[in-house]
Design a protein around this ligand. Structure first.
Ligand code: SAH
Ligand code: SF4
Length: 360
């Protein structure tokens, strides 16, 4: 019989497992404390569990572990971690320190199916989805390695979190449950390229902060850059963002990657103001991180400032995000976990076939 990996279980599923084994409910919090607070991976070491229960657990369950293969530190203090999974696949996570926070950027898939033209991860296609435990374990592993821990989590690493919906929801449940990891939902942000039905479902099942990667100011341009737009165009997407339930201080963010001569003109900024008028949100402008062999370029600083000014003058809060970890290819859109990229593919732009393959 295949053993259950406890790290993959949502809080409810762990309760069911423990009660199914005839144990009392308080055993659940004991187990969760060992795993998620103390990072212990052997039932033997869980000394406040009875010997009998430990041995039953060993028979039916296991505790997996991702393996750190490499750690790189950028000049700006950003750290990139390469992890190997049990089947040998690889993913990356990035820890970004700033004045007040230590933000961990985690992956949800090996590769990504969404086919965005400007993103290096897209070149891998979707190799596979991560299991919930593999998502959570990135946090557990980095917390262990980081002297000051981790204060915030963003789902902005490799992959499209909402294309691996069930695992993402379970991982959020584990990360935010007070008896498990216990991170405040206000410190967790999911970033999506725009899977509209899943945005609504996330709002119902695991409402954390939402960030929508807009990256274009009209449908023609967005469909060229992000094939997902053919399925869920801007109007529908922005409506989904506006109806997403946010708690008191929670915030809706739109990410807009500024790419030289592609989407960074004043006219694009004016269009964006029109799209977002009346929506309580914040726009993060991300100067494009160059990602050879892709041929897109970072705009001049003045272009970014001009773009920001148009938004602000139009009544929209907008920040230019500092790029972090570029020198170790640890910035947004640069994560490929050492997978080789095919040269020919890299020049082809957005892949139309990705649209057909998009999750329904
Ligand atoms: N798949 C999700 C989360 C991972 S991508 C999403 O697309 O939102 C995280 C962010 O990186 C997105 O906002 C994406 O638009 C941005 N991004 C991708 N490639 C980039 C690049 N080369 N430079 C800057 N940002 C990039
Ligand atoms: Fe996937 Fe996000 Fe990259 Fe698009 S930008 S290919 S959705 S990881």
């Amino acid at each position: 019989m295949k053993k259950i990996d406890i790290l993959d279980l949502s809080p409810k599923e762990l309760e069911d497992l423990v009660s199914g084994l005839g144990e009392r409910p308080y055993r659940v919090s004991q187990l969760a404390r060992w795993i998620y607070k103390k990072n212990i991976r052997s039932f033997e070491e869980m000394t406040d569990l009875s010997k009998g229960f430990r041995s039953t657990l060993k028979d039916v369950a296991r505790l997996s572990s991702i393996r750190l293969r490499r750690e790189q530190t950028s000049r700006d203090g950003t750290k990139k971690f390469l992890f190997e999974l049990e089947d040998g696949s690889r993913i990356e996570s990035v820890l970004i320190p700033d004045a007040h926070r230590l933000t961990l950027c985690i992956s949800t898939q090996v590769g990504c199916l969404m086919g965005c033209a400007f993103c290096l991860t897209a070149r891998l296609r979707r190799i596979r989805n991560l299991r919930p435990g593999e998502i959570v374990d990135q946090f557990l592993a980095v917390r262990e390695l980081s002297p000051y821990g981790v204060t915030n989590i963003v789902f902005m690493g490799m992959g499209e979190p909402l294309d691996n919906f069930e695992s993402t929801v379970k991982a959020i449940e584990i990360l935010t449950h007070p008896g498990y990891v216990g991170m405040s939902p206000r410190r967790v942000t999911v970033s999506t390229s725009g899977l509209v039905p899943e945005i609504a479902e996330l709002g119902e099942r695991a409402p954390v902060n939402l960030s929508i990667s807009l990256n274009a100011s009209n449908d023609r341009l967005r469909s060229r850059l992000m094939p997902v737009n053919n399925k869920y165009p801007l109007k529908t997407l922005i409506e989904a963002g506006a109806s997403y339930p946010l708690s008191g201080r929670g915030k809706l963010t739109f990410e807009y990657v500024l790419i030289k001569d592609v989407n960074d003109a004043k006219s694009n900024a004016v269009e964006l103001v029109g799209l977002l008028r009346g929506i309580r949100c914040m726009v993060n402008l991300i100067p494009y991180n160059e990602a050879p062999p892709l041929e897109y370029q970072t705009p001049e600083r003045d272009r970014a400032l001009q773009f920001q000014k148009v938004l602000i003058d139009g009544g929209i809060r907008a920040m230019i995000r500092k790029s972090r970890g570029r020198d170790i290819l640890g910035a947004c859109g640069q994560l490929v976990a050492d997978y080789p990229l095919e040269e020919t593919d890299a020049r082809s732009g957005a892949q139309p076939s990705a649209v057909a393959a998009l999750p329904s």
